[in-house]
Design a protein around this ligand. Structure first.
Ligand code: GLU
Length: 320
């Protein structure tokens, strides 16, 4: 049975970009009679807010998107809130450590910013780490350890990573793409990359549908699945929504949050209609219920290029 999930980070309101990802992930699973999971990714506690988590839950239900497992629904693979699952991330970290796949990184923020201007490239998580601390001798480590708490980085395997993405097609990332990445920060917080892999595997997720901004995280996550001896899910990365100015949809484009639209008196059907239209599921942005879209879902219909949203549609969504 297919198992999918939506995994929002409650550090901001649900905006129509995330709402569209949620709709598509939900439709993929509902159209396959699978089980849908909601997981709150509040691992970065200083940035996450319980009231935002509650608001996201309300917004999803208002849109007509429900879940079989998750906050308020229970389930066999809980807790469904990352801040309550830290023991699992700790176990995974130990497993990686025992295999010699992690190393302490003492680079300061300023050094990392300096790296950004060097020609190593950028990943969605920032500058690609050139491996400065990977080959420190134990003496060098001891000197640095005396003055600084390190973060822990995962050493990417020296091999090409290849996978078939349901929407983005065949993907090839050269060896070391994205560089070695942090799995536990110096402040003790486990990183997204580790937590998401541990949770998707523990929650038996078979299908991950998410925004294409996370495409370059996938080779990192696949390397972690392999190192931890876990089965990886199938991935589908959907294109993002862009505002009329060609920039990623955000607050600057007006009331793009679902809460804002609700407050303005917009109906959920109107929002869902636009989300479905931008996803190639219907031919004009007519109001429609999420549940009426289930038989229409087809990953092959999802456009693969960026989706530009005009200001008239944005205005219409912010009115009743
Ligand atoms: N929590 C992540 C976010 O809100 C999504 C994680 C994922 O879908 O893998 O961007």
């Amino acid at each position: 049975m297919k198992r999918g999930r939506f995994a929002p980070t409650p550090s901001g309101q649900l905006h129509i970009g995330n709402a569209r990802t949620a709709l598509l992930a939900w439709l993929q699973i509902r159209s396959a009679q699978g089980r849908f999971v909601l997981r709150m990714e509040d691992i970065d506690k200083p940035r996450s807010k319980p009231e935002l988590a509650r608001q996201i839950v309300d917004d999803l239900l208002w849109l007509g998107l429900d879940w079989d497992e998750g906050p308020g629904a229970g389930g066999d693979y809980g807790p469904y809130v990352q801040s309550e699952r830290e023991f699992l991330y700790g176990e995974a970290l130990d497993k990686l450590m025992r295999q010699g796949l992690l190393y302490p990184c003492y680079c300061s923020r300023a050094e990392l910013v300096g790296i950004a201007s060097a020609p190593h490239g950028l990943s969605s998580e920032g500058p690609v780490y050139p491996g400065t601390c990977r080959s420190l001798t134990s003496e060098q480590r001891a000197v640095k350890q005396a003055v600084k708490t390190p973060s822990l980085r995962f050493a990417m395997p020296d091999k090409e990573m290849v996978f078939d993405d349901l929407v983005a097609g065949k993907q090839r990332f050269p060896a070391g793409a994205g560089g070695d990445f942090v799995v536990k920060r110096a402040d003790g917080i486990f990183a997204y990359q580790l937590a998401v892999v541990v949770d998707d595997a523990a929650m038996r997720i078979t299908d991950v549908l998410r925004g294409v901004d996370l495409l370059d995280s996938t080779p990192r996550q696949l390397a972690l699945y392999e190192a931890l001896g876990l089965d990886a899910p199938r991935f589908a990365h959907v294109p993002l929504l862009y505002g009329p100015d060609g920039k990623r949809l955000s607050k600057r484009h007006g009331a793009v949050s679902v809460t804002g639209m609700r407050a303005a008196g917009t109906s959920p059907e109107k929002v869902i209609g636009c989300l479905a239209y931008w996803s190639g599921l219907i031919s004009c942005p007519e109001p429609v219920k999420a549940s009426d879209l289930v038989p229409l879902f087809d990953a092959a219909k999802i456009p693969t290029g960026d989706i530009l949203i005009d200001s008239n549609t944005l205005d219409r969504l912010s009115r009743s």
